[in-house]
Design a protein around this ligand. Structure first.
Ligand SMILES: Nc1ncnc2c1ncn2[C@@H]1O[C@H](COP(=O)(O)OP(=O)(O)OP(=O)(O)O)[C@@H](O)[C@H]1O
Length: 613
């Protein structure tokens, strides 16, 4: 469901329902305050009319007369109602603020559980769900009103409606048609204006893509990591131009809708003025002809003034729409993301696995929404305790295969089996605890060096000796020692005293993290080109060392540099969705196939001095 096409009554129902179910008790208190505050307005008007009526008999009757006492009671009631109104408003606002912040907190948690909760990745990579997640998070947009203000506005609008209804009842004492005319003018114009406002918001929504594009180009121009390329390629002017073009295209549509809205606004004001003029004229004429006394006139004129505020809730429609904007996307999002994600089928513990082997049999897999399978009939056995390198050209599905091993996705056909058990039948958390995976795009945590390595096993992240040992084995100890604050240095220059590392240094940190996980009991190490930023020799040396250190642990490596994987037990060549070749380096070199061709090509390029081959 689209955000702005949500009609106002639906948005109102959604928002009120959500607020009420967030904190029923607080919401009930809020409603009581709003109703009482709303009724205080008409009570004040009626009491002031009573005071005027009782004023004439009280004049000259003496302080202790009954007439004076009646006047004092009427004035006291009016004063009391007014004072109570003054007190209750800040109280109602405070309750609204606390309700609003609870609502925002609940939305935040719902969004988090819908996004982070599912164990797989499909919901994050599916464009439609990713869009739903984005929209569900829009309640926190900077240009959107905070929920605290939205609930406050809702309370103010409801109070105004109740007050106006009371004023209408009072004015009906003069003539039934008078409040009807004023209410019709206000509500009619309200509906009319809402339609126009709807048009503006629709334009905003229809062209929000242009705005997002403009934001993207602006962010790219301002983003420090992009700064190097932006300068080198001289992209600054181009980016600024693009940002301007998209922003102008977006604003042009919104301005057009606003201009079109101007005429109805003037007509609206005219209609309200005519309706009020008619009622005031009737009141005046009746008073002049002696049909109304001063007290009644006081009440009716005040009631007429109070009815003017009926236009205010018009503004609340905007707030309500903003407040409810994310709700249609948020409601049911968790169900949707969990449905897309892999689902546990079994709960067999995976502790200590693999003991015998990891086997992929007849594995076929394509990303959701894509027709062509990436893997199509993969057969591969990895004996426990051995090392395997997966090689292949770009885009052949090496990372995808690793994602299946980590069970971010399930195969469409075939199965991944660990010691003969289908991965789907294992308890996922316990299987993941057996893994130490470093992906190509591993995270560079903007945290201390100690935390960056210690996250390999977060439960024991505080064990300095274990963390130090892992860093030493990954060849990262020297670089950590050289940091200004050693282990406590934050690895980000966005923080005072923090430093940024080079690509190769970051990779050593990531490796240390994986080794920390292996030390702590991970049984399957998976490295997806984490050493691409090292030079050929450094990578080969590191892999060799890594294999030595992790001997006996099942290890799967992905790399493009074939010279680095000579020391693994076996190499699998992935080509066109299948394992085209499988064997030791020597076996594969003895066969005329893709591996030998790729190896020779890389060796030649290396000899020619292209050292990054
Ligand atoms: N989340 C995704 N959604 C849709 N398609 C994807 C997704 N991730 C990867 N692909 C596609 O699947 C194919 C295999 O990608 P994968 O990253 O597994 O290849 P790779 O062999 O690891 O590549 P490289 O050597 O370049 O790292 C590619 O065509 C890629 O475009």
């Amino acid at each position: 469901m689209s955000t702005v096409t949500t009609p106002f009554p639906v948005a109102l129902r959604l928002l009120v329902g959500y607020v009420a179910s967030t904190d029923r008790l607080r919401f009930a208190g809020f409603v009581v305050l709003v109703v009482v505050e709303g009724l205080l307005g008409p009570v004040t008007i009626a009491a002031s009319g009573l005071a005027v009526a009782r004023a004439a008999p009280a004049f000259g009757a003496g302080l202790d007369s009954a007439a004076a006492a009646a006047l004092a009671a009427a004035v006291g009631l009016a004063g009391l109602a007014f004072a109570a109104g003054q007190l209750i408003t800040p109280l109602r606002d405070a309750v609204a603020t606390s309700l609003g912040s609870r609502v925002a907190q609940r939305m935040r948690e719902q969004l988090l559980s819908a996004t982070v909760g599912p164990p797989g990745l499909a919901h994050l990579e599916d464009p439609e769900t990713a869009e739903e997640i984005r929209r569900a998070g829009e309640y926190e947009w900077a240009d959107l009103a905070p929920l605290t203000t939205i609930v406050q506005q809702l309370g103010a609008a409801l109070k105004t409606v109740i007050s106006a209804a009371g004023a209408g009842v009072l004015l009906a004492g003069f003539a039934w048609w008078a409040p009807l005319l004023l209410i019709l003018a206000a509500v009619g114009t309200h509906v009319w204006m809402a339609g126009n406002e709807h048009e503006i918001v629709e334009q905003h929504e229809a062209h929000a893509g242009q705005q997002r594009r403009a934001d993207y180009f602006r962010d790219l121009a301002l983003d420090p990591p992009a700064a190097k390329e932006v300068r080198l390629f001289g992209l600054a002017g181009w980016l600024a131009g693009r940002a301007r073009r998209h922003r102008t295209a977006y604003l042009r549509h919104v301005w057009q809708a606003r201009r079109a809205n101007l005429r109805p606004v003037l007509l609206t004001l005219g209609t309200i003025a005519v309706a009020n003029g008619a009622v005031l004229a009737a009141l005046g004429a009746t008073a002049v002809s002696g049909g109304l006394g001063a007290a009644e006139l006081t009440v009716y004129v005040q009631a007429l003034i109070a009815l003017q505020s009926l236009g205010h809730p018009l503004l609340a429609t905007w707030w309500v729409r903003q407040g409810a904007a994310a709700l249609p996307h948020l409601v049911g999002l968790a169900e949707r993301t969990h449905r897309l994600s892999v689902r546990p089928r079994g709960s067999a513990p995976a502790i200590g696995m693999p003991r015998r082997e990891l086997r992929l049999s007849g594995v076929r897999f394509g990303y959701p929404g894509h027709d062509r399978p990436v893997l199509d009939g993969v057969e591969l056995a990895i004996p426990a305790g051995s090392s395997l390198a997966i090689v292949g050209r770009n885009g052949e599905g090496k990372t995808t295969l690793l994602k299946l091993l980590a069970r971010f996705y399930d195969p469409d056909e075939g199965a991944v089996r660990i010691d003969g058990t289908d991965l789907r039948d294992l308890d996922l958390a316990s299987w993941r605890a057996q893994l130490a995976v470093i992906f190509q795009d591993f995270i560079r945590y903007e945290l201390t060096a100690h935390q960056n390595v210690g996250f390999g096993r977060v439960e024991t992240a505080g064990d300095p000796e274990a963390v130090r040992r892992a860093a030493e084995r990954a060849g990262a100890l020297e670089l950590i020692k050289d940091l200004p604050d050693g282990w406590q240095t934050v690895l980000s220059r966005h923080y005072r005293g923090g430093v940024d590392l080079s690509g190769g240094q970051w990779q050593r940190i990531a490796l240390a993290r994986a080794l920390r996980a292996a030390d702590a009991g991970a049984r399957l190490l998976v490295l997806d080109e984490p050493t691409a930023a090292l030079d050929v020799r450094a990578e080969a040396a590191l892999f060799e060392r890594f294999l030595e250190l992790t001997a006996g642990t099942t290890t799967v490596l992905v790399t493009h540099r074939l010279s680095s994987v000579r020391h693994v037990d076996r190499i699998a060549v992935l080509d066109r969705g299948r394992i085209a070749q499988h064997g030791t380096h020597a076996e594969l070199m003895a066969t005329d196939g893709l591996y030998r061709r790729m190896y020779r090509l890389q060796a030649r390029r290396f000899d020619e001095g292209v050292h990054d081959a």
